[in-house]
Design a protein around this ligand. Sequence first.
Ligand SMILES: [Zn+2]
Length: 327
Amino acid sequence: MKGRWVLGVDIGGTNLVVAAVPLTGGKPAAIRSEPTYPERGPEDAVKRIASMAEGVVEQTLKAEGGCQEDFAGVGIGCPGALDLDQGVIVSTPNLGWDGFPIRSRISSALELPASLDNDANCATFAEWWLGAGQGVESLVGVTIGTGIGGGYLERGQLMRGASGSAFELGHTTINFEGRTCACGNRGCLEAYASGPSIAARARDALTIGDKSVLSAMVEGDLNRITAETVYDALLDGDALSARLIHETAELLGIGLANVVNLFNPEMIVLVGGVTRAAEYLLDPLRESLSNRAFSSAVDACQIVPGSLPATAGVIGAAGVFVIDEVA
Ligand SMILES: [Zn+2]
């Protein structure tokens, strides 16, 4: 493949990120990020991605020299179920852009060849390519943020499944009569352990009368509670928040016990905003996992936080372009 750089585009439920990533792997030379505003629709997002990309290209060429032709293409990471052959979003509860031909629209806006993959696949790939999972033969990535995603790599190959939606860990059922999920199912892992779900569980607890500093922190407006608020309250010694984070870890442990029994991975890497609470999550998560999965498989599996905070998605999106082009 010709060129020096690949643009990575990470479309998240909360932020859009665009970066210039070296074709051979490495730290982004330039990176831009802004809120996604999913309600403004996908056309608006494509316009803003194009203008961010222009800034990233300009900054990269200014710092590193070279010319436009040094950009070989653009790799796009997007949440939800995607039609990877057609480059179309099939269903994405956290964005609501169903049916949008995201790959061709970004490709024509940037005048570059483009690849598309699930955002969690991209983040998993990045951790294997440049992060905590380097050299690992069977790697599971779990992204915990606005939603919960998952990816699985074996010997450097991403498992994509028959229609491109393999490893949708967030939408596996952990409670058959549980909370309603954005996907329409009940009891999905995401309906408990994503950032917004942690906040929703906090609101539920306060509504039924649990006492906590959370109410005062948001001046009584419970809608302002986020997973960040819960984490800040935990650091402040709040008992309800400590319980919520502990339960979140237990629930993640249930979801991951299923993964460990199914795939027997060498490593599980946790990526995304909620992993800011990693030091409070990891021990109870391991305990919950150990109580449920085969001990030989648990013993063989390291569980670690990712080592590319805030950039795994965008680096992996670019990396997937590179492997797709080479393949
Ligand atoms: Zn779901």
